[in-house]
Structure formats: structure tokens, C-alpha cells
Design a protein around this ligand. Sequence first.
Ligand SMILES: C[S@@+](CC[C@H](N)C(=O)[O-])C[C@H]1O[C@@H](n2cnc3c(N)ncnc32)[C@H](O)[C@@H]1O
Length: 253
Amino acid sequence: MTHYNTQREEELKSNHWLMNGDCLKNMDLLIRRGIKVDAIITDPPFNIVEKIGASNIHLFKQGDKAKNTSMTKENMAFDIGFDQISWLSRIPKLLRQGGNLIIFNDWENMGDIAKELRGLKIKVKSLNHWQKNNPCPAEWKRRFVAGREYFLHCTKGGKNTFNVDKVHKGCFTYPLTKKSEKSFGKHPNQKPLNLLTEMLEVLTNEGQTILDPFMGSGSTGVAAKALNRNFIGIELDNKYFKIAETRLNEDRT
Ligand SMILES: C[S@@+](CC[C@H](N)C(=O)[O-])C[C@H]1O[C@@H](n2cnc3c(N)ncnc32)[C@H](O)[C@@H]1O
């Protein structure tokens, strides 16, 4: 269900605007309103449930002990059959000239996403990663730990904001999301605030507006708000939307 009314626009004036509904419909609505954002930083579903299989998602082995995770098939229903491509066509209409774009995803999907973006005249600058310094080992006796999440850094024309004093190596090293950041409820793919904070500091300036069309528990918005940026977030699932709303309205992580 899409909650759209003028009150939501008022919320943006007070620095965030949260939309509970499908990102295609809500991005179209933003386009019709003539809204442009300075950056899009987002973490869509990765289609990993079908790839990994339910048994591995349910049970990650640490040493000889089985450990449950919140990445169950039920919690990750949004991931199954997710269309990686359709939403990309909205990006050029929403991102201002010189705006930055970050898209997290599984490495296997990155080629298709990059190809589509190039066709939309979005410049794909680099493939970078978040290095987890405490990754969760899966089937540790038979495979290497997958301790990275990849993201594409892209821009739309012009000179993009890039606030660095020295060369940025493109590797963001942070631990998994802290428990203290999940006090309002858990999202199975919640990103850590310190990772998003660094990204926002490099790619945006105070007072600018960031869109996350797959905001989940609202981590991009919480980091944006703490850095005096404006935020527009879209989330389909009411349970995760409520977590995001509480985190942003309560001004707590
Ligand atoms: C990988 S999670 C994002 C997690 C987020 N980065 C966080 O820190 O909590 C992707 C989110 O996209 C949402 N989603 C899936 N399809 C969507 C759609 N069509 N429109 C809006 N949100 C969608 C899912 O419900 C899920 O919460």
C-alpha cells in the first residue's frame, strides 16, 4: 500500500520522507512530482535464496556448532524472483546531473546491472566492496568464507561529489551490523551504520537528498539524518517499513 499525502512532503522538509509500497510505483510518483535527488544509495534483494538454498540459509556452521540466523526463507521471501532490472530505468529521471549511485548486489548479478545502466547512459565507475572483518562462516569445512559484499559506484554525467583527502582504495572494512542497531527489530540484511556513514561522507554533502528505494530497516536514512542530509526511503514490506519509521522518527539506531 502506498501512503502518499502532503504530510509526507512536509516530512521531507523536516529531513525525511518514507514511503511504504512498491518502489516502481513510488519512484514514478517522485518523477511525476519533478523530484531530483543528489545520490541513490541502495541495497536491493540479491536473489540469493534460490542460489544458496534454504538449508544453508537456515544453518550456518561456526566451528562444530550450528547457529541460527535471521536469513530464513520466510524472512527472505522478498528475495525470491526479484527483478533486478526494471527499477533501473527510473534512475536517470531521479538522479541529478553529477549525482552518485551505489548499488549493492551479489557478484553474479553485477554484469547484467552494469550493462543495463550503461544503456541508460549512467557511467559505471567501479566495482568495490565492503570487507566484513567478522564474516559468518557457512559450511566452513568445504568452502572459503564469503566475507565481502560488492557494490557498483556509478554517476550520472557531470562532476560527481567525491570528498576524499587521499586516494580511496574502494574497500570499506567494517564488522557485521551491531546488535545495538537492531533494537527496534531485525532485518536479515541490515547494513551497518558505520559503512553507510563513510559512503555518505564521501559521496554527498550536508543538506543534500539521498534516495534509497529498497530501504529495509532504514539504515541509509539513519546514517543520512545523523549527517544532516535529507532522505527519501521506499520499502515494500510493512514490517520492515515500521522498523525504518521508528528508527528515523525516534532519532535512534
Ligand atoms: C537487502 S534488503 C535492504 C536492507 C537495508 N539495506 C537495511 O539496512 O535494512 C532489500 C529490501 O527491499 C525490499 N523490497 C523488495 N522488493 C521491493 C519493491 N518492489 N519495492 C520496495 N522495496 C522492496 C525488501 O522488503 C527488503 O527489505
